[in-house]
Design a protein around this ligand. Structure first.
Ligand SMILES: Cc1ncc(COP(=O)(O)O)c(C=O)c1O
Length: 432
């Protein structure tokens, strides 16, 4: 796949270095994964050439008959995965999927509720440096200080007080499942729409390992590149129980059609131009993989690995926020280890372990320093690692954190990590 890039030595060098980094490091960033060779081929395919503004059968450009087939496959497969009635596979990213829903439902200045960024929410759930906090009025709900869990009573209270037009479920650093039924009751009690941004656990939800938001939330958004293990991108879905947005009394089929049209036009022409047809084809390939039984085996391993890693780190004296995990990630509060999230991220990086610093609930440090790190198992599980390897990884993490100022020790952990990774080949033929 990279044979022509060899002619551009500067670019080929980048590719060589990045391939080497992936092969010799432990990738524990919870939002990353390694796509299959088939997804990679589709993402690098000739469909990158095509302009196809519009939707299948209704394009603004000629010559779209075959890219239409790719988009229809992506849609059909995504619908089958989640039993959805409507999907849009064009958002270039998760942020754009969320923006399209905001544009459809809210007017500038309207208020909404989302999980606070400092408690594990995403930028697009109301951060003041993001469109969501600049154009609209967010209120952040928070995690319980003692348990590190969502506090549904607090969400109800905030909803009663602020009468938000929209409530957002989902986050980027929450290691437990969500009670969508309860959230729907809260939303209904104040006449709000309910959106679930399932970007992180989408792959686990796809295989029934976590609650599905589709039956309860009016709208669902996701990225396609985290636990779903597809190319970078976003999607929007509506589920089977879709009912009565805007208080419209037309028959259900008509309401769905109307909302579909509003969402589609919010994506294009609202916030995007031409869709990335090569990425849409890669999404179709990834969705085809998700539909297979082997993806169920994979997702079960992701969760088992995450649980085992959390348990091993707990044994080594680490505090996992909420005491553990139900999904693919965990948040480690390093306050008792006398090291900041930033220091830990740097030390782990030097030891060949990639993580990100992350605020913990009620953190006294800034987002640039933080008291925690977030780690996840989707990528190492794709590499073939199992629960036994999680014990070893916990040991590497501990060695790096305990010795975070000792560069000789960090470099010896790096060598041990590289040797360990050798048994789990990754993209072995990629540069061939
Ligand atoms: C919950 C959640 N929503 C949305 C996004 C945004 O995705 P993207 O980076 O594709 O814009 C992320 C990314 O990390 C996320 O965690």
């Amino acid at each position: 796949m990279t044979r022509h890039l060899k002619n551009d030595s500067e670019i080929f060098e980048v590719l060589k270095l990045e391939t080497g980094r992936l092969q010799t490091n432990l990738e524990l960033i919870a939002s990353e994964n390694f796509v299959s060779p088939a997804v990679l081929e589709a993402a690098g395919s000739i469909l990158t050439n095509k302009y196809a503004e519009g939707y299948p059968g209704k394009r603004y450009y000629g010559g779209c008959e075959f890219v239409d087939m790719a988009e229809e496959l992506a849609r059909t497969r995504l619908k089958a995965i989640y039993n959805a009635e409507y999907v849009n596979v064009q958002p270039h990213s998760g942020s754009q999927a969320n923006m399209a829903v905001f544009m459809t439902l809210l007017k500038p200045g309207d208020n909404f509720l989302g999980l606070s960024l400092a408690h594990g929410g995403h930028l697009t759930h109301g951060s003041l440096v993001n469109f969501s906090g600049q154009l609209y009025k967010p209120t952040g709900y928070t995690l319980n200080k003692e348990t590190g869990l969502l506090d549904y009573d607090q969400i109800q209270t905030l909803a009663n007080q602020g009468k938000p037009k929209l409530i957002i479920a989902g986050g980027s650093a929450y290691s437990r499942d969500w009670d969508y039924k309860r959230l729907r009751e809260i939303a209904d009690s104040v006449g709000a729409f309910l959106l679930c941004d399932m970007a992180h656990p989408a792959g686990l939800i796809a295989k029934g390992l976590l609650n599905s938001p589709l039956g309860y939330c009016h709208f669902v958004t996701s990225t396609t590149h985290k636990t779903l293990r597809g190319p970078r991108g976003g999607v929007i879905l509506m589920g089977k129980d879709f009912e009565n947005p805007f208080g419209i009394t037309t028959p259900k089929g008509d309401r769905l059609k109307m909302m579909s049209e509003l969402l589609d036009s919010a994506v294009m022409p609202g916030i995007q131009g031409g869709p990335l047809m090569h990425i849409i084809m890669a999404k179709a390939v990834a969705f085809g993989e998700v539909l297979q039984d082997s993806f169920g085996v994979y997702t079960k391993r992701v969760v088992a690995n995450s649980r085992r890693l959390a348990a091993s780190l707990t044994t080594l004296g680490y505090n996992i926020v909420s005491g553990g995990t139900d999904n693919h990630l965990m948040l480690i509060d390093l306050s008792n280890k006398n090291v900041t999230g930033k220091q830990a991220e740097i030390a782990l990086g030097e030891a060949g372990i990639t993580v990100n610093k992350n605020m913990v609930p009620y953190d006294s440090r800034s987002p640039f320093v933080t008291s925690g790190i977030r780690i996840g198992t989707p990528a190492v599980t794709t590499r073939g690692m199992n629960e036994g390897e999680m014990e070893a990884i916990a040991g590497f993490i501990n060695d790096a954190i305990v010795n975070y100022t000792d560069s000789a020790k960090l470099s010896s952990v790096k060598s041990a990590v590289a040797l360990f990774c050798k048994s789990f080949p990754l993209y072995a033929d990629y540069l061939g």
